[in-house]
Design a protein around this ligand. Structure first.
Ligand SMILES: [Zn+2]
Length: 410
């Protein structure tokens, strides 16, 4: 399974300069390619093929005085920038034609040096290397110091170097991680993801988002208010932007860490895990948006999914239109509508229900039924949980709060 491993890196001032140059070159090549395709389109010409594009904006451009400096950075970095553009176009086209499900994908946009996040990617043929002394060797950049918070489980196939809005640098490796089967567990669990609690389990456990996370989120909100009062273009505003970015990064990191621990425990303790297939993007447009985004469910569901696959556990998503909150989990009777303020109710059969635990029980039952229906095989085979496509630098790779979807589509 392809997984991402992220580490903080600390480039020297010289290396920062070399990285800035590489970010710039990748951006220029990306924008040149986009401009070329746009003008071909406006001129009524055919779509410029991937091969043709790479030839014109990289190989031939390097021979011109205006773009000669592209030769100063690794050619792979430039090719990967074009690969990103190609992926962006493919996603846009398949979204237009309806082949791609979910939120509509916008056409590719020009990159700016003012973007909050700069990134370049090296693939294996760029000959990047993790050295014996723990440094990361990047062609035409140098040997970078890395804080190895955990070991890489295997040889990485690519590495993306990211600079975030807070001015920090990260290396994000794509690694083919081996499966890690766990000994069988006796229990199975349904999970209801909610707004009053982060998650409620069918065994009655209610998990609230931890206090430290809420405190950090409150602080972030205050900093954002400070920022909104600063004059545009002022030095104080620039300082406030960095403060917000740092607080944001801290919240995202803390939340991810907490979700990792929680998902690991749930997968370890249960042989099968079922969740409701939330339409998070849809919910994100309603006034529940703020709390939904803060809760980061998609990221959590993505973790459950890939950890289940690695551990050999069953993972299933239940149809999001299943009436899990108004069906009695004891007798199966479909009761009247249950608005969000109805926290508990009693079924005519006599069963008293906590709204969320009842929903979690129904999710478990529906998940089991789907598994049985398929005689052991899954009804809807879960998409292969490669966390993010190798081609295509996602804006959320380092700062996950921006990516609401979390799990990528294959
Ligand atoms: Zn009942």
């Amino acid at each position: 399974m392809q997984l991402r491993y992220n580490y903080r890196v600390y480039p020297t001032p010289d290396q920062q300069e070399a990285l800035a140059r590489a970010f710039g070159c990748a951006r220029v090549v990306f924008n040149d390619g986009l401009r070329l395709r746009q003008s071909a389109h406006e001129g009524g010409l055919a779509y410029v093929s991937d091969g043709e594009l790479s030839k014109r904006v990289i190989t031939e451009a390097k021979k011109t005085p205006e773009r000669q400096w592209l030769g100063e950075v690794s050619a792979v970095v430039l090719q990967q920038a074009i690969a990103d553009l190609n992926t962006a176009y493919r996603n846009f086209f398949s979204s237009l034609s309806g082949r791609r499900k979910g939120r509509k994908v916008a056409p590719p946009r020009f990159r700016s040096r003012k973007d909050n996040r700069q990134a370049i990617r090296f693939t294996a043929n760029a000959r990047f290397k993790v050295l014996d002394n723990g440094r990361l060797r990047l062609p035409k950049i140098g040997d970078l110091a890395v804080r190895w918070s955990r070991p890489l489980p295997a040889e990485p196939t690519s590495v993306t170097i990211i600079k975030d809005a807070a001015g920090r640098y990260f290396a994000s490796f794509v690694v083919a991680a081996p499966d890690q089967p766990l000994p069988p567990a006796a229990s199975e669990v349904g999970i209801d993801l909610g707004l009053t609690h982060f998650a409620v389990l069918s065994n009655g456990t209610k998990i609230a988002a931890p206090k430290f996370l809420r405190r950090a989120a409150d602080k972030l909100r205050r900093l954002q208010q400070d920022l909104s009062r600063k004059q545009r273009g002022s030095a104080n505003r620039t300082k406030a932007v960095v403060k917000v970015a740092k607080a944001h990064a801290r919240v995202a990191y803390t939340r991810r860490d907490w979700q990792h621990k929680l998902s690991t425990t749930i997968i370890r303790d249960n042989q099968a895990v079922y969740v409701e297939d939330l339409c998070v993007v849809g919910l994100g447009r309603t006034r529940l948006a703020k709390s939904v985004h803060d809760a980061g469910w998609s990221q959590f569901v993505g973790m459950l999914q890939y950890k289940a696959a690695r551990a050999g556990r069953t993972f299933g998503k239940i149809d999001r239109f299943a009436p899990t909150s108004r069906t009695c989990s004891a007798c199966g009777r479909l009761d009247g509508p249950k608005p969000l303020n109805v926290r508990s109710w009693t079924c005519p059969c006599g069963a008293a229900h906590d709204r969320d635990i009842n929903a979690a029980k129904n999710i478990l039952a529906a998940g089991r039924a789907e598994s049985l229906n398929a005689c052991g095989a899954q009804v809807r085979p879960a998409p292969l949980p490669a966390p993010r496509r190798e081609a295509g630098i996602h804006p959320g790779a380092a700062c996950s709060t921006r990516s609401v979807e979390g799990i990528s589509r294959p």
